[in-house]
Design a protein around this ligand. Structure first.
Ligand SMILES: *Cc1c(COP(=O)(O)O)cnc(C)c1O
Length: 391
């Protein structure tokens, strides 16, 4: 099928919930992808910060193949070696010692909210404005952007929102009934918003003082994206619960709730569950992907390449007045514009560069962490050409 045939069938058979780019992808390798017509693109989007180990990583592909030939699924009614090995690995790389496996970021957050409520016996969750936590009813309610939830009322009760970065606002919102604060360590969909210095640690101290839980949503920031394995390590804060997904499975859908034994033990048999969560295929994919991140030092790579990339992007800022700010950590970078960036994204696509626009006017650059310096140079070159046409 060619691109147009695929687009026509999508219009006919798929629910039209996505604002898609007119591109049908066929395959990829590292930071490069090809469409069904054979054109190649440099990927600075990584499937929304998912393909951290790049496309078709041989170790991940082989692990999935081997596992698929043995046991794809068996449910959580039985044990598997793949699941306990992945759980052990996650406790080794994170500040937590217990794991619950889910299939997506929203599901991990949904479960974290349940865990916080069960552990504290309280109902209220404090979230931040401009945040993004997922599309299920509870997580879309936690999400601090009205456009995602307005049409779906009535929404679950017990969520309050405060401005991101404002410790005072959290302090004033905590009541006797507060169970937890949920935050992204860097807001992703909200436009790559980095909190003020010391904010996350202040929130943690405040939570500790009031005996409520801090849930860090690391669905987008996790697995090396920000220059550390987790952003909690970057900001030197120990959350009570961390949620992960996106890059965890190297592209295979898998997520998790990470917590410490004291909190995790609030969940007893029957409290929470998932048919697919932590199935052997997902666990084999995730174990391979995380091992690649560790073995190839991809968190460090992300920091070094991120600094290099940001410097080159800064030089574009001095050239184009409509770039307001270049910001980010590691290879999670945003270019805030004074203009809408939809046209920049479509023009870049035509020039062979995949980027994304979030929050209306922030160009999001989140390439695979295996991207080379030369490829980053090429991305900046293309962007320069595209921005030159816009201005
Ligand atoms: C993407 C994202 C989610 C939702 O993850 P899904 O896998 O799409 O459900 C939740 N939180 C953050 C911070 C995200 O970036």
């Amino acid at each position: 099928m060619n691109t147009q045939e695929i687009i026509d069938l999508d219009k006919k058979f798929v629910m039209q919930t996505y604002g898609r780019q007119p591109l049908a992808l066929s395959h990829g390798k590292g930071a490069e992808v090809w469409d069904v017509e054979g054109n190649s693109y440099l990927d600075c989007f990584a499937g929304i910060a998912v393909n951290n180990v790049g496309h078709a990583h041989p170790k991940v592909a082989l692990s999935i193949c081997h596992q698929a030939q043995r046991l794809i699924h068996c449910s959580n009614v039985y044990y598997t070696q793949e699941q306990v090995e992945l759980a052990q690995l996650l406790t080794k790389i994170s500040p937590h010692d217990r794991v619950f496996f889910a299939n997506s970021g929203a599901e991990a957050n949904e479960g974290a909210i349940k865990l916080a409520r069960k552990y504290t016996g309280k109902g209220e969750i404090i979230a931040t404005e401009n945040s993004f936590h997922g599309r299920t009813l509870a997580t879309v309610t936690a999400t601090g952007q009205d456009k995602y939830k307005e049409p779906f009322k009535p929404l679950p009760a017990g969520f309050k929102h405060v401005p991101y970065g404002d410790i005072q606002a959290i302090s004033q919102t905590i009541t006797e009934d507060t169970a937890a604060v949920i935050l992204e360590p860097i807001q992703g969909e909200g436009g790559i918003i980095i909190p003020p210095q010391g904010y996350l640690r202040d929130v943690k101290n405040l939570c500790q003082h009031h005996d409520i839980l801090l849930i860090l949503d690391e669905v987008q920031t996790g697995f090396g994206r920000t220059g550390e394995m987790f952003a909690s390590q970057l900001f030197e804060v120990e959350p009570d619960i961390t949620t992960v997904a996106k890059a965890m499975g190297g592209g295979y859908p898998i997520g998790a709730i990470l917590a410490n034994e004291r909190i995790a033990s609030a969940f007893t048999p029957g409290d929470h569950g998932s048919t697919f969560g932590g199935n052997p295929l997902g666990c084999a994919a995730a174990k391979a992907a995380i091992e690649v991140i560790l073995d190839d030092n991809l968190a460090y790579q992300s920091r070094v390449l991120g600094d290099y990339f940001k410097k080159k992007l800064e030089s574009l800022k001095s050239k184009y007045g409509f770039i307001k700010e270049v910001r980010g950590r590691g290879l999670m970078i945003g270019l805030e514009m004074t203009i809408s960036c939809d046209e920049i994204v479509s023009e870049a696509l035509k020039e062979g560069l995949l980027i994304n626009c979030t929050a209306g006017n922030v160009l999001r650059l989140a390439p695979p962490l295996v991207i080379s310096q030369g490829e980053l140079d090429k991305a900046v070159e293309i962007l320069d050409r595209v921005l030159g046409k816009i201005s």
